[in-house]
Design a protein around this ligand. Sequence first.
Ligand SMILES: Cc1ncc(COP(=O)(O)O)c(C=O)c1O
Length: 441
Amino acid sequence: MGHDLSQDAEIWDDAYKLDRAHVFHSWHAQRNLDPTEVVTGHGVWLKYGDGREMLDFTSQQVNVNIGYQHPKVIEGIKKQAELLCTVGPDYANLARGRAASLVARRAPEGFDKVFFTNAGADANENAMRAARLFTGRDKILSSYRCYHGNTGAAISATGDWRRKPNDYSRGHVHFFTPYLYRSEFSATTQEEECERALAHLEHVIQFEGPDTIAAVLLESVPGTAGIIIPPKDYFKGVREITKKYSILMITDEVMAGFGRTGFWFALDDYDYTPDIISFAKGCNSGYVPAGGVIMSDPVAHRFDDIVFPGGLTYSGHPLAMGAIVATQEAMEEEHIVDNAYTIGKDVLGPQLTALYDKHPKIGEVCGKGVFWAVEMVADRTTKEPLDDATMKQIVAEGDKRGLILGVHNNRIHVTPPCVISADEATQGVEILDQVLIAAGC
Ligand SMILES: Cc1ncc(COP(=O)(O)O)c(C=O)c1O
């Protein structure tokens, strides 16, 4: 028997009750969930159901790069909705073509084709599919410190705990990428860490058998794994190794792309060119779900005369494309990527470093643009991670003071929208300072 709608009549205007009655949430045991109602937002501010205006230092899933309710993006979606809400992926459509062209022009020379997906996970699925078909090989090498999405191959490529209950895809091998603060290689400098991490990768490739490996898949800045900024020469080294063994290189820009690091793509701050780039989140700040794969010309041309066996009903959905076009244009017109760069260099960088000098339980501060991590430790000498209860308290103290904070294990991720002003960023760091005092850090 179907659900009796009259049961909902009494709670029809109550977001919280409807949620608890019918919404099944991701990544959680459901019973004790207590979701906060969000009504609307503007810029870096979210309005909660209880009327509070909250400063968002998370950008949600680190995707709202352009901030909430940007008028140009709303207008772009409205215009497209009035013209054509939906059309299948086989047709040519102006919004789709424009979106592809705007995304491709941010990639390095020789990346001209974009395959659109619904989000980041399926972008990585298709990036890996393209690499496997291109090379005729199976294995994908990826980092233990990474997240690539929650679908078949993407979750098997993921390194963290989320892989373990979902690991059904074959052909995935993990290795360690640089993280000097907790070095796997007993390194004491970034140069040593870089050199040893590259030697480790080459050994893994040799032991796995280079002719079994289709691609090395890496986030340009590991995001949910901790916002770990790779050493300057790391990707150049990976590129040399992958070229040596005719292995493709896939760069995952899903979280780090479109302004987050103060560059259009995070890879722009490194001196290398991959073969395939996956993207999502910041391409239209999640106003309508979208992601995709940008293919270098050799990869794209491989499928000139043979079928690419991948597709989605909503590949290049017009509303998502309208949102991409408007987002990309607004980001350019309003110099939003430059803003993210400057906020990182002049405000978040120095101010978070000042917090390090003041709070003994901060073990490390690292980041760039509007992509920062504050690692919390029980003791700076032992680097023992700060306990979960105190990390939860940090989030709660932030909430009390009007600041939305994101925490991953023992790292606080400071990832506000790229449009944040210097005053707003300072306000957020000042609250974070009070939060750390309240939490005894
Ligand atoms: C680097 C990276 N890749 C892929 C994904 C998956 O994207 P989505 O959740 O849009 O499928 C994420 C999501 O956080 C991510 O951070």
